[in-house]
Design a protein around this ligand. Structure first.
Ligand code: HEC
Length: 401
């Protein structure tokens, strides 16, 4: 059993590692091509390149070599034998990310997703909601892009942003903050990879087929791919924030976690927009300034403001603390947890002995008093008085600030 749990955790480690590597490859190439596109300059009229149908080109030096990429208006007159495609970076990122979602969240839905104080879902219902949010997001998004709204880039962007905000708000009524964050992230990730798999790559394939058959490729395929690729570019900063956010309880455990997520996403989009404009040689400082204002607002809004705990008179003994921890924590934090869905002590924290409690006093204080994130979703109904007793004990034994 312990072995199974260990293997599952190790699988999680490998998936996370792969996910980060593939994500770097995908987003790295995506950033590179956006930069490339925005930096191209038309060749001089009448030049060799212009005659070949080159719409833009540039010179770059990297790794000790000189590069001269050229972009054709639609396509070159004849296709080369060998053509590089960029798709496995995207597919691998999504596949590893989804597998990680299953291992970390879906297989432990009772602990990681269900928030009984919001909605008493069964684990399967929680997984169903998570899955539906990912598939549903793509269907709605794709429909919008194909609708007449798809012709107005700015309005389309605003509507997509508003709908993602609504998704965060809606999932926040169902799941705990952390599960809400990750499912908004996987919904965005699903849109991004579906853009590659269902729009960009098939469009490119049609263009290549048309040319191989001696027909002119449909310029609409290129246009549509470009639009989706620009969307993906703006999605990257928000989705990367979500990937690292699980380290920051002050964001996902906030009372208005959906609003925090929205502000962070808006900051990311704004900063990304600045860079996209800058590649075109336009410096618009109002965008990073807006990003900075939004980030400062989040920093201020996430300052912990917990209601005060009751007063505890007199000294507190370790035995009192042990009794509380025994009642409120060890269903999860023991070598073999009895809490449904757990197969090993979460975060490796075991609190069954006096030594362990002493050793972890600082972390316990952090979780139980400072942020009140433990017991998770207060599953064991810890009282404020018990938190106060722990606060007093840590303060007295001089181990906490
Ligand atoms: C319902 C199960 C559950 C209960 C009950 C519970 N925890 Fe946790 N605890 C978790 C989970 C899950 C994590 C891992 C969270 C993560 O991975 O970010 C965790 C993590 C922790 C951590 C490590 C956090 C860190 O990163 O430093 C500490 C410390 C902790 N819990 C203390 C407690 C204490 C003290 C209690 C009792 C007052 C308690 N927990 C009750 C599920 C629980």
């Amino acid at each position: 059993m312990a072995m199974d749990a260990h293997l599952l955790e190790f699988l999680g480690l490998l998936l996370r590692w792969l996910h980060v590597i593939a994500g770097i490859a995908w987003i790295g190439s995506s950033f590179y091509f956006i930069w490339l596109d925005n930096s191209l300059e038309p060749p001089p009229p009448g030049s060799e390149a212009a005659k070949k149908g080159v719409a833009g080109e540039l010179w770059a030096v990297h790794g000790g070599g000189f590069y001269n990429p050229q972009k054709y208006a639609v396509a070159p007159a004849a296709l080369p034998e060998k053509l590089h495609w960029f798709k496995w970076e995207a597919y691998t990122t999504w596949l590893s990310g989804t597998a990680l979602l299953v291992v970390v969240y879906w297989l432990r839905a009772q602990v990681m997703m269900v928030e009984p104080s919001l909605m008493a879902l069964t684990p399967w219902q929680a997984v169903g909601v998570g899955f539906a949010s990912m598939v549903g997001s793509w269907i709605v998004y794709d429909g919008l892009c194909r609708s007449p709204l798809g012709k107005n880039d700015a309005l389309l962007g605003a509507v997509i942003f508003a709908l993602m905000t609504a998704l965060a708000w809606g999932l926040g009524r169902v799941f705990g903050g952390r599960a809400m964050f990750i499912h908004v992230g996987t919904s965005i990730g699903t849109i991004m990879v579906a853009n590659v798999a269902m729009i960009i790559i098939p469009g490119q394939r049609r263009m290549v087929e048309a040319m191989r058959a001696g027909r002119a490729p449909d310029a609409m395929d290129g246009k549509r791919a470009k639009q989706r690729s620009v969307h993906n570019n703006y999605f990257t900063l928000p989705v990367l924030f979500i990937m690292i956010s699980n380290h920051y309880a002050s964001t996902f455990a906030h009372r208005h976690a959906w609003a925090i997520l929205t502000l962070m996403a808006a900051a990311g989009v704004s900063i990304r927009h600045f860079f996209n404009r800058r590649h075109k040689g336009v410096l618009e400082w109002r965008y990073p300034a807006m990003g900075a204002v939004l980030l400062a607002a989040v920093a201020w809004w996430t300052v912990p403001r917990l209601p005060p705990l009751p007063r505890v008179e007199g000294p507190v003994t370790l035995d009192q603390v042990r009794a509380i921890v025994g009642q409120r924590c060890v269903t999860c934090h023991s070598p073999v947890p009895t809490f449904q869905g757990l197969t090993q002590p979460p975060a490796g924290v075991v609190l069954t002995t006096a030594d362990a409690i002493n050793q972890n006093s600082q972390r316990i204080f952090q979780q139980v008093v400072a942020t009140r994130t433990m017991p998770l979703a207060n599953a064991t109904q810890m009282t404020d008085m018990e938190r106060a007793i722990i606060a007093r004990w840590v303060a007295d034994s001089g181990r906490a600030k």
